[in-house]
Ligand binder design. Structure first.
Ligand code: FHN
Length: 457
């Protein structure tokens, strides 16, 4: 009888804890809990985005037609029927894939996390999903998973692994191209769902996401394709809660919900849910205090590999984008689009190496810094840490004199960051601000950094 009582108590407690788990709401978190969860992400500042999938096979051209827009949209832009698009799978054989090399590249570029497309809009999966055969193991000659070795390599190289996941799915039988749309591309973008298959697809997403979360423990889940008209704000909130229940410290972008307004990530309103905003191919004019955001951008004009896109941004532009974003309190998620063989294009590698060299010298002015309250000068940007102002100089002043807004008696020491311990710079303070005498030539070809040590009021 005594034993029976204990069995009853344990069963009751087990049911309570299960009940508690499914019921726990993560939609109203305290500021302290949120700050603790977001801390590593806020400090990281720079991440790698990887768009990789079947679209790398046509690489922007199909049956002699070159796609005008972004490469990973080729199925939509050239209106390739589902069965025909599937034929890229037997041609996808990334024998040159070297996940260790990719993770090392990200780490040496100074990137602290990496977000790879686990499934893009085309529905093809880079891991062996148990709920579909439309994945790299079951449908390609390569026959091996792509995500697990990358996750392991990332962890070896100190880069946090994360996954992109598209809600919109051009392959799943629950969805179809809107036949009334004016263009095939719009028909794919505003795809439709057979109502009777909605629950099945939501369960499919949940099953896949559970596989990703429980097998790989990703630092971030990065959703996309939420703009498809059939997906609802309520489904977004429910999915967010489901995932945080699986992994309470998970960070999830705002595209899990319906709050994104245009391309801006700084959304508010009814459908908003998620931990950070996602401006795409743009850097907001200013940051907003208390709002986390990350600008995702390409290095050329496509996310997925397109063999004829050579419109690469310069290293200087990429570095100044990073500094601009960080000076406004955001993160920079910079994309690479590997080939179907598994190679990251050389122009991307070259630029990432150069960014890494710069960050090796000046990383202190980027990582763990916050937005600066001072107005952005024409010639550069400011970033901050308690007691330090980092002055990023894009255009070296002709008279070698810099004016900064920090006023009387606040400044203790000023120096060029790469040479701070050896030499200090002369400065003069007045009620209007401070004049700093710079060396005659800029110490860095892309962006030089002057450190100002100061007393806070
Ligand atoms: O349609 C996609 C596009 O292919 C790419 O993945 C970008 C990355 O942010 N997001 C979508 C558009 O918002």
């Amino acid at each position: 009888m005594h034993r029976f009582k204990w069995v009853l108590i344990f069963s009751f407690l087990a049911v309570c804890s299960l009940y508690g788990q499914t019921e726990k709401s993560y939609l109203n978190e305290t500021k302290d809990a949120r700050d603790a969860r977001m801390e590593w992400w806020r400090d990281a500042r720079f991440g790698m985005f990887i768009h990789w999938g079947l679209y790398a096979v046509p690489a922007g051209e199909y049956k002699g037609q070159k796609v005008k827009g972004i490469g990973e949209w080729i199925q939509a832009s050239l209106n390739i029927p589902r069965q025909e698009y599937e034929e890229f799978a037997p041609q996808f054989n990334p024998v040159k894939y070297d996940p260790d090399e990719w993770a090392r590249l990200a780490s040496e570029a100074g990137m602290k996390y990496l977000v790879i497309t686990s499934k893009h809009h085309d529905g093809f999966c880079l891991w062996d999903s148990k709920v579909t055969d439309y994945d790299v193991v079951d449908a390609t000659p390569y026959g091996k998973e792509l995500l697990p070795p990358l996750v392991d390599a990332c962890r070896r190289h100190g880069v946090r692994p994360a996954f992109y996941y598209s809600i919109l799915d051009w392959h799943h039988p629950s969805q179809y191209v809107d036949p009334d749309a004016k263009s095939p591309r719009a028909g794919h973008a505003r795809n439709k769902i057979y109502e009777e298959k909605r629950a099945e697809y939501i369960n499919y997403m949940k099953a896949q996401l559970e596989e990703l979360v429980t097998r790989f423990d990703p630092a971030v889940l990065w959703f996309d394709g939420e703009w498809t008209p059939w997906y609802s704000a309520e489904e977004g909130r429910e999915l967010y809660n489901y995932l945080r229940n699986l992994k309470p410290d998970l960070i999830i972008n705002n595209r899990i919900g319906k709050g994104r307004q245009g391309m801006s990530g700084l959304d508010k309103g009814e459908g908003a849910v998620g931990d950070f905003g996602t401006p795409e191919q743009e850097i907001p004019a200013t940051g907003v205090a208390g709002v986390d955001w990350e600008s995702c951008m390409t290095m050329n004009d496509t996310w997925g590999y397109k063999y004829f896109d050579g419109n690469w941004k310069s290293t200087e532009t990429l570095l100044q984008n990073l500094i601009d974003i960080v000076s406004k309190g955001g993160n920079y998620l910079l994309n690479v689009g590997p080939t179907a063989e598994g190679l990251i294009p050389q122009p991307s590698v070259h630029r990432l190496n150069a960014m890494g060299d710069w960050l090796d010298k000046y990383g202190e002015s980027i990582y763990e810094t916050t937005a600066s309250p001072y107005e952005r000068p024409q010639w550069g940007r400011y970033t901050e840490k308690p007691g330090y102002l980092y002055v990023h100089i894009f255009d070296w002043p002709e008279n070698n004199t810099l004016e900064i807004p920090l006023g009387v008696d606040k400044i203790q020491e000023v120096g060029v960051l790469s040479d701070y311990d050896e030499h200090k710079l002369y400065f003069e303070q007045s009620s209007k601000g401070t004049q700093i005498k710079l060396p005659p030539t800029p110490p860095d070809e892309f962006s030089s950094v002057v450190v100002v040590k100061y007393k806070r009021n």
